[in-house]
Design a protein around this ligand. Structure first.
Ligand SMILES: [Zn+2]
Length: 576
């Protein structure tokens, strides 16, 4: 069994039954099968082929048919296999001794390659030629590639190598250059739909064409997936499944439901809605592996569109237009970040939604800092330079103080003592940006079941900023009007944490500041934050004007004895 098959799950009855048995039956790859047929007829089959292309497009099937054709007895290896002689039948049953299938992704595969050089010298046991099919060849280790290369450099006459990969760029050039390369194409939708129609008819399924089209769209150009999805549809909704059944099971279009999830998560920044969407897809029996693939494709599409490379996309103009609509609402670094997080996941068939849920939450939590990073990349370096300049000018007592404090941070929280502190405010500049910190702190909402995790160690203003949106969301429903969060939602920003017990919040508008500074509301905010952060902090509200936004940092450094040594004015050192 190859990895591609292994990941498909237990059914696959249709896929196995309808697997092509001759080159002519391979759908949508005529440019390849015709060339191979010509080579067979002229007895010009090469010693090494590299089949590349998306999954489910017929690479492994074609390799097996070619192995058959080479070893077929009645034809003498000069055409399509007869599928009737002993070598042909044994290859169909996977019992032919001279066909070795190696899975490049498995450890066993690597071992098999290692002693390949030994075994390859032996003549075929029964067939005309020994055929090695190496699937997912890009997964081989460097050592295995090396062993393979040695063999490819001086290939014995009686051996044919058929290498298959979904990622040709990951195959070393030294290997690829010694193979004849064939690029398998995604199956065009009309071809896949008409083939599914034939299969459905032959299997006694009376599904309407629109249902089959929906299956094809959901399969993303993989014929194997299309056949498996057709089977799933027949098993779930019966032999006369309608287009509506198919839509319910697979979504309206392949990218439709993935786009909806991404619109919630990144467009509306509504994590709860995205999680609900995921959950209802799972409840409807949609395979999370399929959703995972759609999410990756959709994020890639958005990234390409956002980067101005929509022409690279292999979709209709309508599709591009609707992708553009969403892409314009999201910053490129945010799309890039989300794509990185989702693509790195492993979501096997039949997986629970958990891996995707965790990725969604992670993307949502880090979304704001990615966005801010994009806006302020240039300014951040300026700020850092300035901070290091002010630090250099610190008086010795101030430096001592910082050392003391960072020693305290090394201790586990429960052992931390609270010495009489000097009254200087503590700002972000005092906290180490990296380094080991004590045990993780997990904040749990008391009322609801939505915990969120804070980085380990003492709360820093950076952490606070990264989680600010979640904290503000946590205020929803608090206060007599239930809208306390609204006063903090726009134009508020944590400025500093002072003495490890006071959070300083900066407001762009006096009205908002006065509201939250009002003790009766301030206490509500403090109480809610204590639940969310796992520790009580006093809230202090400040109005920040354009002229001194971020000047806070410099002001704090000055209070600690620092001097502004550069000639720049404060507006260049804004942190926000
Ligand atoms: Zn035969």
């Amino acid at each position: 069994m190859t990895t591609e098959q292994g990941a498909q799950g237990p059914h696959q009855v249709l896929y196995r039954k309808w697997r092509p048995q001759t080159l002519e039956q391979v759908v949508g790859q005529e440019h390849i099968t015709q060339t191979l047929l010509n080579a067979l007829e002229r007895d010009r089959v090469g010693h090494a082929y590299l089949f590349t292309g998306p999954r489910g497009t017929g690479k492994t099937s074609t390799a097996r048919i070619l192995a058959k054709a080479i070893n077929c007895e009645p034809t003498g290896g000069r055409g399509e296999p007869c599928n009737d002689c002993e070598p042909c039948q044994q290859i169909t049953d996977a019992s032919f001794l001279d066909l070795v299938e190696i899975d490049g992704a498995s450890n066993r595969g690597i071992d098999e390659i290692r002693d390949l050089r030994e075994k390859v010298r032996f003549m075929p046991a029964r067939g005309r030629k020994k055929v090695y099919i190496i699937d997912e060849v890009h997964m081989l280790t460097a050592a295995a590639f090396n062993a393979l290369l040695k063999t490819l450099e001086e290939p014995p006459d009686h051996v044919v190598f058929l290498l298959a990969t979904t990622e040709p760029h990951a195959v070393p050039l030294t290997i690829a250059s010694r193979c004849q390369r064939f690029d398998f194409q995604r199956i065009p939708e009309e071809r896949a739909a008409s083939l599914l129609g034939e299969i459905a008819h032959a299997e006694g399924l009376s599904m309407e064409p629109e249902a089959l089209n929906t299956v094809v769209k959901a399969s993303g150009g993989s014929l194997r997936d299309a056949e498996n999805l057709l089977e799933q549809l027949a098993l779930t909704a019966g032999a006369d499944a309608t287009a509506n059944d198919a839509r319910r099971l697979f979504g309206i279009a392949g990218s439709g439901r993935a786009r909806e999830l991404i619109a919630s998560l990144l467009g509306e920044k509504d994590l709860a809605a995205a999680l609900r969407g995921l959950s209802s897809l799972h409840a409807a029996g949609v395979d999370m592996r399929q959703i995972h693939r759609e999410l990756v494709n959709e994020l890639r599409a958005l990234m390409l569109v956002r980067a101005g490379a929509a022409d690279v996309l292999d979709v209709s103009d309508d599709e591009k237009g609707s992708a553009r609509e969403l892409a314009e609402k999201i910053e490129l670094p945010v799309i890039r970040h989300a794509l990185g997080q989702i693509a790195a996941l492993s979501v096997p068939s039949g997986s629970p939604p958990l891996p995707l849920e965790m990725a969604f939450a992670g993307i949502s939590l880090s979304g704001e800092s990615v966005e801010r990073g994009a806006e302020q990349g240039a300014r951040a370096t300026q700020e850092e330079r300035h901070v290091s300049e002010t630090r250099a000018a610190e008086t010795p007592p101030a430096r001592q103080l910082r050392q003391q404090q960072s020693e305290q941070q090394q201790r586990p929280p429960q052992q931390r003592q609270e010495p009489a502190r000097p009254s200087q405010p503590r700002t972000e500049s005092e906290y180490p940006r990296t380094g080991s910190r004590p045990s993780p702190m997990v904040a749990q909402r008391q009322g609801g079941a939505e915990p969120f995790e804070l980085p380990p160690g003492e709360l820093t203003v950076e952490t606070l900023r990264n989680h600010w949106r979640q904290l503000v969301d946590g205020l929803r429903g608090v206060g007599s009007g239930g809208n306390l969060d609204a006063w903090l939602r726009s134009g508020s920003q944590p400025l500093a944490i002072e003495n490890d017990d006071t959070i300083v919040i900066g407001f762009a508008h006096n009205l908002h500041r006065d509201k939250i500074a009002d003790p009766k509301y301030r206490h509500l905010v403090e109480r809610r934050f204590a639940q969310l952060l796992g520790k009580h902090y006093t809230i202090r509200c400040e109005k920040v004007g354009q002229e001194d936004r971020g000047g806070h940092l410099v002001r704090a450094a000055q209070q600690m004895g620092g001097q502004v040594v550069s000639g720049r004015d404060q507006s260049e050192t804004e942190t926000e």
